[in-house]
Design a protein around this ligand. Structure first.
Ligand SMILES: C[S@@+](CC[C@H](N)C(=O)[O-])C[C@H]1O[C@@H](n2cnc3c(N)ncnc32)[C@H](O)[C@@H]1O
Length: 253
């Protein structure tokens, strides 16, 4: 079980996560596919990326869209990585990375044409997140989010227990679609992330990073006892990847 109250656990968590290409499953082709579901955006849309993490999807969005992007996260080292990447790519004039708490976003209501959030809306809760983020969207604006979903009914007990500990609110695609409808959005489309988007930029580099951390802390029993938590997440995915994934939902206010 993730224990963020434990300072040492938090330190090790970030020693692993701060070095990964992404903070969750995703890939450039899926970001592009989701963006293609938004129709008739203004020439230079105002875009908000919520829970941007190290900002892979922010960079992809800036390449796909001519818009201005504000990317927010509450973990500053991720924002520094994004700023550096944006400068290196010459995209820094269209990407502003800001520290902000998604529960208290410092923006005017109806300020954005498009709000993006890959693998991060779960922090607000899916339905609550749709409502909260919707207030920052212009009428007719778009919201694109990816969210963990069940793909199959009746998951094995071990998998159920894993999600019960990590994100008990996980549900299936029809339930998520019902919440989208209930919150007053029109669905533009939805699709499941491919298995490669869990593997290539997420679990493969995470496994390598865990190995490095284990080597560095081999004499620290407390840290070594934390390692199965991180390894288990990868194992669970390997065993049960047909049962769950992330679903991209693109909707219009
Ligand atoms: C699973 S990661 C996804 C990151 C990124 N969107 C990606 O796909 O690579 C979730 C992100 O949400 C951020 N986060 C968590 N709680 C937050 C909050 N209250 N306000 C802002 N960001 C938050 C974390 O720091 C992390 O970067």
């Amino acid at each position: 079980m993730m224990d963020f109250e434990n300072k040492k656990f938090r330190k090790i968590f970030f020693e692993i996560y701060e070095h990964l290409p992404r903070g969750g499953p995703g890939d450039a082709a899926s970001t592009r596919k989701a963006y293609a579901l938004t129709k008739g955006l203004p020439g230079h849309p105002k875009i908000l990326d919520v829970g941007c993490g190290p900002g892979r999807q922010t960079m992809d969005l800036a390449r796909i869209s001519p818009g201005e992007i504000v990317a927010v996260d509450n973990h500053p080292p991720f924002l520094e990585r994004l700023k550096a990447a944006a400068r290196r790519a010459g995209l820094h004039e269209r990407i502003r990375a800001e520290e902000a708490d998604m529960f208290h976003l410092p923006f005017e209501q109806e300020a954005f044409d498009l709000i993006w959030s890959e693998g991060a809306v779960y922090n607000l809760g899916f339905e609550n997140g749709l409502r909260v983020l919707g207030t920052f969207l212009k009428p007719g604006g778009y919201l694109a989010v990816s969210e963990a979903v069940w793909l199959k009914k009746d998951p094995p007990e071990e998998l159920k227990a894993h999600w019960e500990a990590e994100y008990p609110a996980i549900t299936d695609i029809p339930e998520n679609l019902a919440m989208i409808d209930k919150c007053g959005y029109v669905l533009m489309g939805n699709f499941t992330l491919p298995k490669s988007s869990w593997r290539d930029d997420f679990y493969t580099p995470m496994a390598a990073r865990i190995a490095e951390v284990k080597k560095r802390y081999q004499h620290d029993q407390e840290v070594m006892e934390m390692m199965p938590y991180f390894q288990n997440e990868i194992e669970i995915y390997k065993k049960y990847s047909d049962y769950f994934s992330y679903e991209f939902f693109v909707m219009r206010k």
